[in-house]
Design a protein around this ligand. Structure first.
Ligand SMILES: Cc1cc2nc3c(=O)[nH]c(=O)nc-3n(C[C@H](O)[C@H](O)[C@H](O)COP(=O)(O)O)c2cc1C
Length: 333
């Protein structure tokens, strides 16, 4: 079964130790023990989203995930977490096999600290030059993630990144492609271009095993690709980190908030630091509110453009089987 797809995934599966080179990208609050173990048990590669967790919470999450699966899984750490090296130590205690460093350039010593306990390091790189530098300095694999993806994104589409990175890097390095993948046909296309595997988030976020609130899932099933929009920056003085999410009342309130703060800045009522802080803090806790509490109105409904292809709650194993069948059919064509 799936011979052509498996053959093209061979380097990816050897690297991950999984049956399929299909990662479920870490999604804060969503990618916890249940979804992660379900992905790995279905032959994919689950990744725990550490997000803002403390080392103690990460410790418990890894232990709980291990209790639910004997298959390999990874841990995603955000590089700007103030306790990054303590989190790496927790991964070391558990002999985690793969660590994904996300959210920025890995700080000095972090890649080495992970490799020191024998784990493999996956990194993101927004440019080809940085990708080459990270691979030279010890990173074991690369994830390229295009702007179609859900959550924090860069400005370039997956299709363009794939054309820029894969011809240069794929022969020698393990590269996973992420962003906007909703069907196996697309997996086949990136494998055919030289990718070792793929990473999906949105397609798995509302699987049966996902603990996301029923209201969060319902909003995904109803949404179309065009509803997953990027956050808008209103004033050049007030930087906004681009995030792709389903538009809701919170999106509008965020625009209003930026206008309000810009006016306060003009009037001299607040200084620049305070103004920027107010913008930065607007979405604090908002993803948790959406995923866990089901606040689809003012929470942050992070979703990629492939959300239009998510139409019903399905078990992870079924989604995985569909993706593999579609990829195989595409390669057979
Ligand atoms: C709800 C949500 C939360 C996410 N949180 C994180 C995160 O904490 N860390 C991270 O590296 N990526 C995060 N991502 C990105 C995913 O790991 C993955 O790369 C992305 O979803 C792939 O693109 P796709 O959504 O088009 O499949 C998140 C994505 C979503 C949809």
């Amino acid at each position: 079964m799936h011979d052509k797809t498996r053959a093209l995934m061979q380097r990816g599966t050897a690297f991950l130790g999984s049956e399929y080179a299909v990662l479920c990208g870490a999604m804060s609050w969503v990618s916890e023990r249940n979804l992660v173990s379900a992905i790995s048990n279905a032959g994919g590669f689950g990744v725990i989203a550490c997000g803002a967790m403390t080392p103690d919470l990460l410790d418990a999450e890894i232990a709980a995930t291990k209790a639910l699966t004997s298959k390999p899984f990874g841990v995603n750490l955000i590089t700007m977490h103030p306790m990054l090296f303590d989190l790496i130590a927790v991964c070391a205690q558990h002999q985690v096999s793969h660590v994904v460093l996300a959210g920025g350039i890995p700080p000095k010593g972090s890649v080495d600290a992970i490799k020191a306990f024998g784990a493999k390091v996956l990194v993101f790189a927004p440019t080809l030059a940085l990708a080459k530098k990270l691979l030279r300095s010890g990173a074991d694999a690369l994830v390229i993630e295009g702007s179609e993806a859900g959550g924090h994104i860069g400005p370039v589409a997956t299709s363009v990144l794939a054309q820029e990175f894969l011809p240069e890097l794929a022969a020698e390095h393990v590269v996973f492609v992420a962003g906007g993948i909703g069907r196996g046909d697309m997996i086949a296309a990136y494998l055919d271009m030289g990718a070792s595997g793929v990473q999906l988030g949105t397609r798995f976020a509302c699987a049966t095993e996902s603990i996301a609130h029923p209201a969060f899932k319902k909003a995904f099933f109803r949404a179309n690709a065009r509803d997953a929009i990027t956050s808008v920056q209103v004033d050049p003085r007030l930087p906004v980190i681009p995030v792709r999410a389903l538009k809701n009342k919170g999106t509008e309130q965020f625009t209003a908030k930026q206008i309000e703060v810009a006016k306060l800045l003009d009037a001299g009522t607040v200084d620049m630091g305070e103004a920027q802080l107010q913008i930065e803090h607007f979405w604090a806790g908002a993803l948790r509110r959406a995923v866990i509490d089901g606040d689809v109105e003012s929470g942050s409904m992070m979703a990629g453009q492939s959300v239009g292809m998510v139409t019903a709650e399905e078990p992870v194993a079924e989604i995985m089987a569909q993706l593999m069948d579609q990829s195989e059919a595409a390669l057979a064509r």
